[in-house]
Design a protein around this ligand. Structure first.
Ligand code: SF4
Ligand code: SF4
Length: 86
């Protein structure tokens, strides 16, 4: 399964939690201890077990384009790769 990474523009977030509901990996949450310049609790990315798949649902559902998702590209596994240092 591919891995993803999420970048959040916290100051643009209005804390509606649509993205929190959309994330099937449960790695987004409202940051209850933070308030942004707009007066909202922004979301935070909590993913210690690296479960984000990069599916992009959170970015698609966000009405304010707060989230950017990066997805790790899959590369074919190589057997017996030898790196020679000269
Ligand atoms: S990209 Fe998918 S898995 Fe990752 S935080 Fe967004 S909704 Fe969740
Ligand atoms: S959907 Fe967008 S505006 Fe709403 S909480 Fe998530 S990032 Fe913030």
């Amino acid at each position: 399964m591919p891995k993803g990474r999420v970048v959040i523009n916290e100051e643009a977030c209005k804390g509606c939690a649509l993205c929190v509901s959309a994330c099937k990996q449960d790695v987004l949450a409202l940051a209850e201890s933070q308030i942004n310049a707009r007066g909202y609790h922004p979301i935070e990315y909590v993913d210690p077990r690296e479960r984000c798949t990069g599916c992009g649902l959170c970015a698609v559902i966000c009405p304010d384009a707060v989230i950017t998702v990066y997805r790790q590209r899959r590369t074919p596994a190589r057997a017996n790769t030898v790196v020679t240092l000269s």
